[in-house]
Design a protein around this ligand. Sequence first.
Ligand SMILES: Nc1nc2c(ncn2[C@@H]2O[C@H](COP(=O)(O)OP(=O)(O)OP(=O)(O)O)[C@@H](O)[C@H]2O)c(=O)[nH]1
Ligand SMILES: [Mg+2]
Length: 393
Amino acid sequence: MSSMPVTPAKKQPRSTTLTVRKTGAFKRELPDIFVSQTHFKRAMRKLKDIKPDVKIKNQRDRQRRYCASTLDGLMKGLTIPITEIMDNYKYTFKKLHPFEATVADLVIKSRVKKGLPDLSHIMSEVKTLRSSTSKLAKEYASQASKAASAIEAKDLLEEGTEKLKELYNSTINPQAICLEQLVDLQKDLRRIPVLELDTLTLVLVGTPNVGKSSIVRDVSSGTPEINNYPFTTRSVTIGHIVNKETEQRFQVMDTPGLLDRPVEDRNEMEKLTFASLAHLPTAVMFVIDPSGLAGEQSNLQAQLNVRKMLRERFPRRPWVDVVSKADLDIPQEVMDQMPEGYLNVSVKEGISMDKLRAVIEDLLGNKLKTMLNSIKEQKSNTNAEPELDAEVD
Ligand SMILES: Nc1nc2c(ncn2[C@@H]2O[C@H](COP(=O)(O)OP(=O)(O)OP(=O)(O)O)[C@@H](O)[C@H]2O)c(=O)[nH]1
Ligand SMILES: [Mg+2]
């Protein structure tokens, strides 16, 4: 399982970013997995249809056949679901959208940080459990098929069943814990929020506390969804905007604040923000709070540094600079440092919010669409893979 890529190989075409698709592979695709003792009980339940073959008149032969078939049935009941789990994981991870692959990677890495085993380790344990099961069941089935008497065959069936049961009891066989671990990891993977990949998305970015979430709530139609990713206690708000004339739906994605710090210090949430910019069809709204009230992490220089870094990183993105909290008095020399062409808004007092909506409409409905179409065209002309912007780290 070590070959299973959590992050897709570099060569994987990124054209997937432009296809109509929803994320949520983990909710849709992953198999049902049961903790080890339940896994065993389920396999036992499947044995009820195996009956002694009345056509075999010799009692010893009949019992030999019955006991061997039962052990073989138990082996299949235990190992086939494991094979399905392994295949399913391999397949699901192989065809993940790059955004979801990054999110999965973040989920798994944050679990490893907490001391939990990573997926490849769990999968290799699961594989070993499967081989131990086959080996043990085959040994007993083979002995039972050659038993000296009907009683001996029955004893071998009982002993073999007991031994297999012990194999799936994690207090006796610590290795069986891998199924419990996989159930636990899968719970986290299934908690990954479902995002619409095909929907043009406005991503609000900025340092902490500058007013991003307030803007998302204000410009969204209906109630924005609150999404929780399994690697953070903070939530991410996803809103939607519907153009009344064209009925086109746009997505508005809130992100937790980015900090002015080097790539290697970025936390999972910051990486998530970069992944959404890199892999989803996004336009950027960079939010700046010049008031000095957003806290030290959001001092003006830090905000401008983060903006510069993002602008360089995603040079072709349709982009708007929004200066928030226009209801507060800001000295002119501070306003002079704002990026050219900014829009000054206040959610609190509703200043320029209609203008902001029009800007969003233009960014998503015109500029982003044009950018994506030119990428598509570039692809059909040259057969080259469409590039959005830089890879995530
Ligand atoms: N005066 C004023 N305060 C605002 C305005 N918009 C937001 N705030 C306040 O600014 C603070 C931060 O707002 P949020 O919308 O949570 O900011 P954020 O950028 O989402 O913060 P993080 O998610 O922590 O990065 C809150 O106390 C808001 O009430 C505004 O237009 N005017
Ligand atoms: Mg917020």
